[in-house]
Design a protein around this ligand. Structure first.
Ligand code: HEM
Length: 134
């Protein structure tokens, strides 16, 4: 049967409901590797938080195989490709996933090791797509 990643949708909902989830993600993420904070030196975080909030939602739908988000995934991948506005070398993606999982662990009251593993699996798919486009 198709995996709709309803468990991630629900978990993400619980994370957002608490408030401050995306902010906390960026706090963890920027501290996770010395090369990452400098990339965000000129970033307007208010804008960026909105962009990523939507980006994660798209990433979950992508993992669930929803064709509707294919174009959005491609566009985000292009932004982060070698020739994009914000190139991200694929070796950094592990820090992104680790940081997101750490933030989910803090914010989702129902987080458990199996659910966090599901987050890794789901987000691994969007990262694989970005890596392919790099
Ligand atoms: C190591 C991993 C990553 C790094 C270092 C990174 C870094 C960045 C930076 C520096 C920006 C530009 C901010 C600005 O405009 O000043 C950006 C934009 C963005 N990133 Fe990432 N990113 C990473 C992974 C991801 C992933 C996995 C997603 C999606 C799930 C994502 C979604 C976005 C989106 C939607 C934008 C806004 C794009 C736009 O302005 O059109 N990023 N990222």
């Amino acid at each position: 049967m198709a995996d709709h990643y309803d468990d991630l949708q629900a978990s993400y909902g619980r994370c957002l409901r608490a408030g401050g989830f995306i902010e906390r993600f960026y706090e963890i993420f920027l501290a996770s590797h010395a090369d990452i904070a400098p990339m965000f030196e000129k970033t307007d975080f208010r804008q960026q938080q909105i962009a990523l909030r939507r980006g994660i939602s798209i990433a979950i739908s992508h993992a669930a195989g929803m064709a509707m988000v294919q174009r959005s995934v491609k566009e985000m991948g292009q932004v982060h490709s070698r020739k994009g506005r914000t190139p991200v070398r694929p070796s950094l993606y592990g820090y992104w996933i680790d940081s997101l999982v750490a933030a989910v662990r803090e914010f989702d009251p129902e987080a458990n090791p199996a659910l966090l593993e599901r987050w890794r699996k789901g987000m691994g798919m969007v990262v694989a797509s970005f890596t392919e486009q790099y």
